[in-house]
Ligand binder design. Structure first.
Ligand SMILES: [Zn+2]
Length: 225
């Protein structure tokens, strides 16, 4: 899953409003950041096979450290704890919300991936393979993202009209990116190039999330009447 992971990131922001949206964007893709790093380092392995599952070329045959269930749980708690350490108040809620946003990555991957998510070590792999039906998986993914975005907009209303517009434009741009990437995208030819592209996309989207978050804040409280 790609864009759908940002649904839980947006939803978490509705609960822990003090945590910047970009941090939650990073948390929601945290295991994929590690996965991309492990692919580049040769620690985890994948093959790119045209139309391996539906339109997805990803044969993720070895990723026990980033996407194994026990590691995903530990990594989620770790990022929850690290993020909470930066905030003086509300730490328990932050640990829980950030850890859940991070762990939602594994659950959403479970829906779409081929059986490549190991329950233990590199064994007992699960995945419901919805990517085999891209005309179902893409709307599902976009639906998750917009559901979270809507919750965020509702529970953390923008102080500026620009902020509201920016958020929805961002949402539609991400939906378009998902459609483009699934149906019209040229996939990179090597695992390393794929991992690099993923990292660039996750970083750019996190930066854009920071921008949207910024645009939604009241700039001059003193000017408020
Ligand atoms: Zn993943």
């Amino acid at each position: 899953m790609f864009i759908g992971h940002y649904g839980p990131a947006f939803a978490a922001k509705a609960v822990v409003k003090t945590v910047p949206l970009w941090v939650l964007f990073v948390a929601a893709q945290w295991v994929d950041f590690l996965w991309a790093g492990f692919i580049l380092a040769g620690i985890e392995k994948m093959r790119l096979i045209t139309n391996f599952l539906g339109l997805s070329p990803l044969d993720l045959y070895y990723m026990p450290y980033s996407h194994g269930l026990p590691s995903a749980v530990l990594l989620s708690l770790l990022i929850g704890g690290v993020v909470a350490a930066f905030f003086p108040n509300n730490r328990t809620a932050i640990v829980v919300a950030v850890a859940l946003a991070a762990f939602s990555h594994w659950l959403l991957d479970l829906i779409v991936h081929a059986p490549d998510l190991p329950l233990i070590f590199n064994e007992m792999k699960v995945g419901f393979a919805l990517w085999g039906y891209p005309y179902i998986s893409v709307p599902t993914e976009i639906g998750f993202m917009f559901a979270g975005l809507w919750l965020y907009d509702r529970h953390v209303p923008s102080a500026t009209r620009t902020g509201t517009i920016a958020l929805w434009v961002f949402g539609f741009a991400m939906a378009a990116l998902q459609v483009q990437n699934t149906f019209f995208g040229e996939h990179p030819s090597t695992p390393e190039a794929f991992a690099q592209l993923a990292l660039v996309a996750y970083v750019v989207l996190a930066v854009l999330a920071a921008l949207v978050d910024y645009l939604r804040k009241e700039k001059r409280p003193s000017a408020k009447r």
